[in-house]
Design a protein around this ligand. Structure first.
Ligand SMILES: O=C(O)C(=O)C[C@]1(C(=O)O)C=C[C@@H](O)C=C1
Length: 365
C-alpha cells in the first residue's frame, strides 16, 4: 500500500489557516482558530443551509461542517471551508469519496477500532477522487467500561506514514459546555454510532433532533472527565498533533486551558520555520510563553532553596554551582554556548535572589 511509505509532510490550507506547519491549531470552541458544526445536531430545527449560514454569520474565520447524510453535501460545498467526515462515515467508502469530491479539505475521523491501514486507505480514497487535502483526526476507541480513549501512538504513526496533518479529538475529555450535567461528556458520537449501529444516513433531515447525533451526552464511566482536557491536549501535541478538535459547545474555561497547554508544549516540541516577520514574532511569543512558565517555576524553586540554605540570599552565593549549571545548559543550547548563557543565567539567578531577599520573613526578635 502506498500509504505505508513515509511521505513528505503536506500541510493543508483551511481558509487563511495552514494546518500541519507552524503551531498546532484548535478547531472548535471559544477562541479557536477555526470552528466546526455538526448537522447531526440540529436541535434548533434549522435546515442544513440555515445552520451553515448561521455559523458563518457568527464567525468570520474558517468553518467546517459535518454532514448528517449525503443530502447535506451540496450545502457544505456551497457554504463551508471544509468537511468533517464523522467516524461512522469512515466505514462507508462511497460516502467518504462523495465528501472528497466536494473539493474541500476533509477531516477524516477514525472510526472506533479502525486500524491504521483502514484509516489511511480511506484517506487514499479521497486522494483517488482528486482531493489530497485530507486531515486525519484521531477520535478514540471505545473502552469496555464506556467512554473513548485516544490512541496517540496510532495518530503519530498516521502522521509519519501519510505525511498528512493529524488532529486529536478531545471531545471525550472536555465538558460540552452548554448545560450538560457534571459527569457527562460530549462529542462521543463516534461511540454512540458504533454502539447503536446507526449508519451515517440515520437521522438525515432538518431538525433531526440529534438522534444519535453529536454531541451526544454520554456518561463517562472510566473516570476521565473535563479536567483531562489540558493534559490530553499537551500529550497530543507532544505526540505530533497538528491540531485539536474541541466540541463546538466547549466552555470558554476549558477551551482556554486546552489552548494554553497546546501552546506551551508546542513551543518545546514543534519545529517551526516561519517565513515572515509576523509569523516569526508569533513563534517567538509562543517560546516566550513557555519560558515565562519555566522562569516562574524556577523562581519559586530558587526561593525555596534560599530558605533551606544555612546562609541564603546573596551572602550564600555559590559561584561553582553557577558555573556548572551554565555548562550543563550549554549542552542543550550549543548555539548560545557558555559565553552567552552565563550573563543570561546571572540575571535569572539574581532575580531569584532579589525575590528571596524581598520575601524573607523578618527574623524573630
Ligand atoms: O544552588 C544554590 O545553592 C542556590 O542558591 C540556587 C542558585 C540558583 O538560582 O540556581 C542561586 C544562587 C547560587 O549562587 C547558586 C544557584
Amino acid at each position: 500500500m502506498s500509504s505505508t511509505v513515509h511521505r513528505e509532510r503536506v500541510p493543508v490550507g483551511l481558509g487563511a489557516l495552514t494546518i500541519g506547519a507552524g503551531p498546532a491549531v484548535v478547531i472548535g470552541g471559544p477562541g479557536a482558530d477555526a470552528r466546526w458544526i455538526s448537522l447531526r445536531d440540529r436541535r434548533d430545527g434549522l435546515s442544513a443551509a440555515e445552520a451553515v449560514a448561521a455559523a458563518r454569520a457568527r464567525w468570520p474565520g474558517p468553518v467546517l461542517v459535518e454532514p448528517s447524510c449525503a443530502a447535506d453535501l451540496p450545502v457544505i460545498a456551497e457554504g463551508a471551508d471544509g468537511a468533517v467526515a464523522g467516524a461512522a462515515w469512515m466505514r462507508d467508502l462511497a460516502l467518504v469519496r462523495a465528501v472528497a469530491r466536494l473539493g474541500l479539505p476533509v477531516i477524516l475521523r477514525r472510526a472506533p477500532s479502525a486500524t491504521l491501514r483502514e484509516w489511511l486507505a480511506a484517506a487514499e480514497d479521497c486522494a483517488a477522487e482528486g482531493n489530497d487535502r485530507v486531515l486525519l483526526c484521531e477520535s478514540g476507541d471505545g473502552t469496555a467500561r464506556g467512554g473513548l480513549v485516544l490512541d496517540l501512538a496510532l495518530m503519530r504513526a498516521a502522521r509519519e506514514l501519510s505525511g498528512r496533518p493529524v488532529l486529536a479529538d478531545l471531545g471525550a475529555h472536555l465538558g460540552a459546555g452548554a448545560g450538560l450535567p457534571a459527569g457527562h461528556v460530549a462529542g462521543l458520537e463516534a461511540g454512540s454510532e458504533a454502539a447503536s449501529g446507526s449508519g451515517p444516513e440515520a437521522g438525515c433531515g432538518a431538525g433531526s433532533g440529534g438522534g444519535g447525533g453529536a454531541p451526544a451526552a454520554t456518561v463517562h464511566e472510566n473516570g476521565a472527565g473535563r479536567e483531562d482536557g489540558p493534559a490530553l491536549a499537551a500529550a497530543a501535541v507532544a505526540a505530533g498533533a497538528d491540531g485539536l478538535l474541541l466540541p463546538p459547545g466547549s466552555a470558554e474555561r476549558d477551551a482556554l486551558a486546552v489552548r494554553e497547554a497546546a501552546r506551551i508544549i508546542g513551543a518545546v516540541t514543534r519545529q517551526e520555520v516561519p517565513a515572515s516577520i509576523p509569523a516569526a514574532r508569533e513563534a517567538i511569543d509562543r517560546v516566550d510563553a513557555a519560558l515565562a512558565v519555566l522562569l516562574e517555576r524556577r523562581a519559586e524553586l530558587a526561593m525555596t532553596i534560599q530558605r533551606l540554605k544555612p546562609v541564603g540570599g546573596f551572602a550564600g552565593r555559590d559561584a561553582d554551582r553557577e558555573r556548572r549549571l551554565v555548562a550543563e545548559m550549554a549542552r542543550r543550547a550549543p548555539t548560545l554556548g557558555e559565553t552567552r548563557l552565563a550573563p543570561i543565567m546571572n540575571a535569572v539567578i539574581e532575580a531569584g535572589l532579589h525575590l528571596a531577599e524581598e520575601r524573607r520573613p523578618p527574623p524573630p526578635n
